[in-house]
Design a protein around this ligand. Structure first.
Ligand SMILES: NC(=O)c1ccc[n+]([C@@H]2O[C@H](COP(=O)([O-])OP(=O)(O)OC[C@H]3O[C@@H](n4cnc5c(N)ncnc54)[C@H](O)[C@@H]3O)[C@@H](O)[C@H]2O)c1
Length: 270
């Protein structure tokens, strides 16, 4: 038999973001950039938010669609997140999906953490997700609902020496996901999280450094092999592995799913 077999309309519709407005924080790099690209391909009007203006411009360029809006936002500011939600509603004409993707990594032993950096990590990763959820829900609640997705981390649910304050902020993101799913459900808002394993992005580059802080090709390969060996699938994750999970949670395909933290890590945490 010949002929092209396309997706049946019912399936395509389930995963489509056609006509939806999706705000993505942390969209200036890594997982946020790839998510914005996939959401745009799924038909969403994407609003890219990040503290890094150059990163935002590069992400908008990577989309190759005319419909992306960008806005410089510091997610450690409650006011800026509230203004982002209102701005998206007015400029993009809606607010259906919100991804709390902005985050920073600060991996240090608990005893040796620098107080200012520890507090900044909490402000960005934990309070940024909290005010992101609240800002999105305030707008979505008045419009009949929506989908919020937090980017957590495998580090939020397992003890690892040196993961320090970062793991604590991601555990808080899991708790935030559960509580906001319970509180916002009656407003028609689903809240879920994705907990990625190790994915190669600018954030995870520090893992490649040796004791002197240098990154060499040999060390990169050794670390890649070591990380891949921890997964039953025998490979590392790519940003698109996370973006597809986010698309599922953003779309109607997951319409009866809320309050879940989905581990996307090749089975490494089993
Ligand atoms: N890469 C991984 O292995 C991995 C694993 C688990 C979880 N995560 C999580 O995924 C998310 C994305 O990480 P990534 O790997 O794409 O990292 P990344 O560094 O490539 O991207 C993070 C983005 O967040 C932005 N950001 C940082 N502080 C900000 C602030 N105050 N306001 C607004 N934007 C800010 C950065 O400018 C950057 O564009 C983070 O929440 C991270 O904790 C990543």
């Amino acid at each position: 038999m010949t002929g092209e077999v396309g997706l049946a309309p019912e399936v395509a519709q389930g995963f489509s973001l056609d006509g939806r407005v999706a705000v993505i924080t942390g969209a200036g790099s890594g997982l946020g950039r790839e998510t914005a690209r996939l959401f745009a391909l799924a038909g969403a009007r994407v609003v890219l938010a990040d503290i890094d203006e150059q990163g935002l411009a590069a992400s908008a360029e990577a989309l190759r669609t005319g419909s992306a809006l960008t806005r410089k936002v510091d997610v450690s500011s409650r006011e800026e997140l509230g203004a982002l939600a209102d701005w998206a509603l007015h400029e993009a004409g809606g607010l259906d999906v919100w991804v709390n993707g902005a985050g920073i990594s600060y991996l240090h032993s608990l005893l040796e953490s620098d107080p200012a950096r520890a507090e900044h990590t909490v402000a960005v990763n934990m309070m940024g997700a909290y005010w992101g959820c609240v800002s999105a829900a305030r707008v979505m609640g008045g419009r009949g609902g929506g989908a919020i997705i937090n980017i957590s981390s495998g580090g939020g649910s397992k003890p690892l020496p040196g993961i320090g304050i970062y793991g604590m902020t991601k555990a808080a993101v899991n708790s935030l996901t559960w509580t906001s799913a319970a509180e916002f459900g009656p407003m028609g808002i689903r809240v879920n999280a994705v907990a990625p394993g190790w994915i190669e992005t600018p954030m995870s580059r520090d893992l490649f450094r040796d004791e002197t802080g240098r990154i060499s090709e040999e060390r990169k390969e050794a670390v890649r092999r070591e990380m891949a060996a921890k997964s039953p699938l025998g490979r590392l994750g790519a940003p698109s592995d996370i973006a597809f999970a986010l698309l599922y949670l953003a779309s109607d395909a997951s319409r009866f799913v809320t309050g879940q933290v989905l581990a996307v890590n090749g089975g490494e945490s089993m």
